[in-house]
Design a protein around this ligand. Sequence first.
Ligand SMILES: Cc1cc2nc3c(=O)[nH]c(=O)nc-3n(C[C@H](O)[C@H](O)[C@H](O)COP(=O)(O)O)c2cc1C
Length: 205
Amino acid sequence: MKFKDLHNLFVECRSTRRFINNVSIPGQDLHDLVEIARLTASSKNQQPLKYILINDRTRCADVFGCLGWAKALAKWPGPEESERPAAYIIILGDSSVGNSLSMVGAKYSVDPGIVAQSIMLGAKAKSLGGCVLASIDRDKLREAFEIENKFDILLIAAIGKPGEKIFIEPMPADGSPNYWRDDDDNHHVPKRSAEELVISEYISE
Ligand SMILES: Cc1cc2nc3c(=O)[nH]c(=O)nc-3n(C[C@H](O)[C@H](O)[C@H](O)COP(=O)(O)O)c2cc1C
């Protein structure tokens, strides 16, 4: 793969929150995304993450009722019924795997974040879209899916056929990282420039 193509994948891999809900996501697609997650880097190679795959309509509604959407869009209550994700992957940490306390930093280290990005990129490569969610009513979700206590509920990947246009923007003058919607209801996401991010360089050629 050429860097240009990979860059394009990253440009297109935006957090999508409005979907074409009547397009179902085959179970095989969700299994394919776990196959990508399985190959992702893991702190000390402990691989403590486990997954619950959901495309059943009733069970999707159960997940949806546990999620918080787009805090920066104060007036938007979240996707309407016809716009909701058609599938979810619940990302769990299995506390019985290895010695999670010895992992770098927080429990499970940064494994959930990397895996979530793998899943998002995989979804985009399948012409799907998704959103990683950490705003989860974990007690409610645990009860609804009878998730054993040895599993920590870490993140949820919402997945579906994208039903919104999203544009990357430069950071505004006031430096606010808040995303916004325009008059046509298109979504805009400000990103810092690469120049702002590189604080020094020691490059000889
Ligand atoms: C760890 C993590 C947790 C997130 N949690 C939520 C969430 O609970 N609800 C939501 O609507 N978006 C959530 N997002 C999506 C971010 O809001 C999104 O990444 C950000 O607005 C930038 O948009 P972009 O992903 O298109 O670059 C989360 C993203 C990450 C990486």
